[in-house]
Ligand binder design. Structure first.
Ligand code: GDP
Ligand code: IMO
Ligand code: MG
Length: 445
């Protein structure tokens, strides 16, 4: 009988998919409210691995409705492939999928532009072009090259193509023509061939009948289910520190993964939301460029990559790894209004002699406990890492706090106390069964 928002509290890949799969058992509806197929949400069940990029991670529960709300950007080809893949796996989502007519479509020229910009930035860096405005890092964002940024840019510029445009062919042609007028100039700037209106129109209109049966007012659907006492789960993609406003701009994605984004991205009011669960790894990772104060550049970072299997679900890129950053997590708690914390991948820390965490940053001469006001200060911040003792016992089979070694409990308590939000889930392995579920009473002392 609740509406729950589940958000990434770090830089994405926190293990949101697994938590959504777990919570979806009790949910009538799971809704994606932002992002697109830049997301990669992995679920492991009894040794079988599923990775979803667009379809909500609740899809494995046969009775659960799955919706892509207005805030999502949809690459039609990718969605079709995902639905067909589910068909092949014997999971019927066609009766359960709902799509907002106001969701925007990722067009082939968005993908081309994303790719062209990244390539140009990389080439510029090789030539020694000046670094971007903030000065310390490069102009390369390291996007997933899925067309996300250009699609959201067109949305905001009122030049986008929405799902509902598929059903009015003349209007669709006009929309594509208007967008391509400018986009082809940009593509030419990057030395990329332009797109013809006819070719894009033919490619896109071919998806109209695929989309038609799914079109639903998703906000109204959430309202109906919540009104009659059903559970709704809003699944965030990416993470708080990749948020277009609250993340480490410009090294961010182009949408609002934070809990507030669930309101605009799904069409519900803030008063509808009962729980906000922030998901964080027991350490930290980041894919792509941008500040990461607790990043490890030594063999300990390599060990986290190896033991945590830290390679991207979407692009296969090696994830940068570091210790858990409590300054950043406090920021995530504040920005999202977290009511609960889920700490994942605690098992990955087994075997480390000591476990680092950062509770403060040094910024110039000052020691700060709060997230720096200026992004430039996040870039120059040095995390003050302190160490807690590690443990050697395998914790994969732990299903209650009592099954954990004392050192693991000390770490969880420290995270909870420092962030000021109760830890209600602890991930102890990749499989969906490998989790400790706690109530809202703080981790026992
Ligand atoms: P998401 O994008 O937040 O859904 O996360 P990803 O799926 O991209 O990456 C998280 C990875 O960690 C996936 O391979 C998960 O199967 C895995 N994972 C999630 N929770 C745990 C956990 O508690 N322990 C371990 N070992 N792996 C986990
Ligand atoms: P999930 O939902 C981790 C990162 C990219 C890049 C930046 C911008 O699996 O947690 P974009 O393609 O969105 O324009 O790229 O954001 N990024 C993610 N990092 N997890 C994700 O999703 C991500 N989606 C985008 O690596 O740095
Ligand atoms: Mg991911």
């Amino acid at each position: 009988m609740t509406v729950t928002v589940l958000v990434g509290a770090q830089w994405g890949d926190e293990g949101k998919g697994k938590l959504v799969d777990l919570l979806a058992e009790q949910a009538e509806l799971v809704v994606r409210y932002q992002g697109g197929n830049n997301a990669g949400h992995t679920i492991v069940r009894g040794g079988e691995t599923f990775a979803f990029h667009l379809v909500p991670s609740g899809v494995l529960h046969e009775g659960t409705l799955c919706a892509l709300a207005n805030g999502v950007v949809i690459d039609p080809q990718v969605l079709r492939r995902e639905v067909e893949g589910l068909d092949e796996a014997g999971i019927d989502v066609r009766d359960r999928l709902r799509i907002s007519p106001q969701a925007h479509l990722i067009m082939p020229y968005h993908v081309a532009l994303d790719e062209a910009r990244e390539m140009a930035a990389i080439a510029g860096e090789r030539r020694g072009a000046p670094a971007n405005a903030i000065g310390k890092d490069s102009a390369v964002i390291g996007t997933t090259r899925r067309g996300i940024g250009p699609c959201y840019a067109d949305k905001t510029a009122r030049r986008g193509v929405r799902v509902e445009d598929l059903f009015d062919t003349e209007h669709l042609r006009t929309r594509i023509s208007a967008a391509l007028g400018e986009t082809n100039v940009l593509l030419a700037h990057y030395g990329h061939e332009g797109f013809s209106v006819d070719a894009v129109f033919d490619q896109i209109v071919a998806h109209a009948e695929f989309f038609r049966p799914f079109v639903t007012d998703v906000g109204a659907l959430i309202e109906r289910i919540a009104e009659r006492g059903g559970n709704v789960l809003l699944e965030g993609a990416q993470g708080t520190l990749l948020d277009i406003d609250h993340g480490t701009y410009p090294f961010v994605t182009s949408s609002s993964p934070v809990a507030g984004g669930a309101c605009t991205g799904a069409g519900i009011g803030p008063g509808r939301i009962d729980r906000v669960i922030g998901v964080a790894k027991a350490y930290a990772t980041r894919v792509g460029a941008g500040p990461f104060p607790t990043e490890l550049f030594d063999h300990v970072g390599d060990q986290l990559v190896d033991r945590g299997g830290e390679f991207g679900t979407t692009t296969g890129r090696r994830r940068r790894c570091g210790w858990i950053d409590l300054v950043a997590l406090r920021r995530a708690a504040q920005v999202n209004g977290l009511t609960e914390l889920a700490i994942t991948k605690l098992d990955v820390l087994t075997g480390f002699e000591q476990i680092g965490l950062a509770d403060t940053y040094d910024v110039g001469e000052a020691t700060e406990t709060a997230w720096p006001t200026l992004t430039a200060d996040v870039l120059r911040a040095t995390a003050n890492v302190e160490y807690l003792p590690g443990w050697t016992e395998d914790i994969d089979a732990a299903r209650s706090l009592d099954d954990l070694p004392e050192a693991a409990k000390v770490l969880l308590r420290r995270i909870q106390d420092s962030v000021g939000v109760p830890v209600t889930f602890v991930g102890t392995g990749q499989d969906r069964e490998a989790v400790i579920t706690l109530d809202l009473t703080p981790v026992a002392r």
